[in-house]
Design a protein around this ligand. Structure first.
Ligand SMILES: NC(=O)c1ccc[n+]([C@@H]2O[C@H](COP(=O)([O-])OP(=O)(O)OC[C@H]3O[C@@H](n4cnc5c(N)ncnc54)[C@H](O)[C@@H]3O)[C@@H](O)[C@H]2O)c1
Length: 442
């Protein structure tokens, strides 16, 4: 029998990742029985793309009252996830939620309590796990290639095209997104937790706003009609990009959601440069950095073990030389090749390399073919796992609520450490009701 799905949140992610694939690729196993967004313009936009065949709602509760479904998919801003997840779990429905699971410890505890009293189960969509390159890395570590894992050094950099976008809308406020240590780093912390198969315990962090926010004058609250105009390299002209215009500019009269707010607004309260130290079970140590104003985008990971060292890295994108990309006017920091070479990440376009250095000499080079589809091939593989029954899962790609909790709490602990200057224990954030071991017994 086909499973019946509803999707809530029809902005950038919901329709492309879930709504359209459910209708166009999974109609043999799935039925989309309802879609919901509080913004009537975005709701009608998506309904019309589906030839108005799927019932639409602006109220989530009304949708659950009127539509019989098995699974709720949540793709709204992260600060709203808990309300929707809990309402669905309290009706004993299964829930699939976008990352980040939620944004603070209180909401984590409320979600865990709701799942404990529900017959429904919660899945978090960690698409990065599914990319073939990361899967190969996980396999090498699982096979014991570098022995017992001692430490991880992980660095993630966002360029000024992608990175800047987190300062324009809801992500720019901690109460909406948890800051980048929750919203963005939840992906990275989950990757680490998953590939080393260990749980974070104590966290210390520092964070600053070096670049965005109140570091430059903000001539206007938003780019539309800003006097700086094209003289600002962060000028995002919503009128120049058809999909941004339809999705956000034409919809803003209904809810005041501005998609092009100034990246130098004094209203921004998230950090742009973060360093995190954490200890894990199995006595593993982590050092992690995230910067969101880099000339290029990608990541590097080193894992040190009792038998050697593993090195992995991915170059995602570089600030291009074109004058206008997406709808933002960008200035190239360096030509593409120079930036790649400077990052030490110049690789053939068709493959990525993982290098293993055995402790007493030599190097083993593992080549992984590049998948250029969304998120390094992660999105499509994740959908297969979500929507088709009996997809083999020998490496444990499917992520339950506990994986979502741990990756969020690492970021929440880091936020608290930034605020207090002190180390934070993950167990203290969970509270007595949900010690890690107690929860796992359930
Ligand atoms: N896994 C990934 O790689 C990835 C990539 C992008 C976004 N995301 C996640 O997807 C989610 C949505 O992000 P986005 O970029 O699409 O945001 P968005 O702002 O473009 O869209 C969010 C939509 O939710 C609607 N909404 C807000 N509150 C609502 C409510 N209470 N009920 C119904 N609708 C509501 C808004 O009107 C909007 O249309 C976030 O959790 C984000 O972290 C994940």
């Amino acid at each position: 029998m086909k499973k019946r799905y509803v999707v809530v949140g029809l902005g950038n992610r919901g329709p492309s990742m879930f709504v359209k694939p459910l209708v166009r690729q999974y109609s043999d196993v799935a039925e989309l029985v309802g879609i919901c967004d509080i913004n009537p313009h975005r709701l009608e936009l998506v309904r019309s793309e589906l030839d108005n065949t799927v019932p639409g709602f602006t109220s989530f509760t009304q949708m659950l009252d009127e539509v019989r479904c098995d699974v709720v998919i949540v793709a709204t801003p992260c600060g709203t996830h808990h309300e929707l997840i809990i309402a669905a779990l309290d009706r004993d429905l299964d829930v699939i939620t976008e990352k980040a699971l939620t944004v603070d410890a209180e909401k984590v505890r409320a979600i865990l309590a709701a799942e404990a009293r529900s017959k429904g189960r919660l899945t978090v969509t960690f698409n990065y796990r599914y990319a073939p390159y990361v899967t190969a890395l996980k396999q090498l570590l699982k096979d014991g290639t570098i022995g017992d894992i001692h430490s991880v050094e992980f660095h993630w950099f966002l360029d000024t095209l992608h990175g800047a976008d987190y300062y324009r809308r809801w992500h720019r406020r901690k109460e909406n997104s948890g800051g980048l240590l929750v919203h963005k780093a939840t992906h990275h912390f989950d990757l680490i937790n998953w590939v080393i198969d260990a749980e974070p315990q104590v966290v210390f962090a520092t964070g600053r706003r070096h670049f965005y926010g109140d570091n430059r004058p903000s001539p206007s609250d938003r780019c539309l009609n800003c006097p700086a105009g094209d003289d600002c390299e962060f000028h995002l002209d919503l009128t120049q990009n058809g999909s941004l215009r339809r999705l956000y500019l034409d919809a803003e009269k209904h809810d005041g959601y501005l998609r092009d707010r100034c990246v130098f607004s004094p209203d921004i309260n998230i950090e742009d440069t973060m360093h995190v130290l954490a200890t894990y079970t199995k006595e593993i140590q982590l050092s992690y950095t995230l910067t969101s104003a880099s000339p290029f985008e990608g990541w590097t990971m080193v894992v040190n073990g009792s038998k050697g060292r593993l090195e992995a890295s991915e170059a995602h994108s570089f600030v291009p030389t074109e004058e206008r990309v997406f709808a933002q006017r960008v200035k190239a920091a360096k030509p593409l090749d120079a930036a790649q070479a400077a990052a030490g990440m110049l690789e053939p376009a068709t493959e990525r390399t993982i290098r293993v250095y055995p402790l007493y000499g030599g190097v083993e080079v593992h080549k992984v073919p590049v998948d250029r589809s969304a998120h390094g091939g992660g999105d499509s593989r994740l959908r297969e796992m979500l929507f088709r029954a009996h997809v083999p899962d020998p490496l444990g790609h499917a992520a339950d609520s506990w994986a979502g909790v741990l990756s969020v709490l690492l970021g929440v602990a880091a936020n608290e450490s930034i605020a207090t200057g002190l180390p934070v224990r993950i167990a203290d954030l969970l509270g007595e009701e949900f010690t890690p071991t107690e929860w796992r017994k359930n």
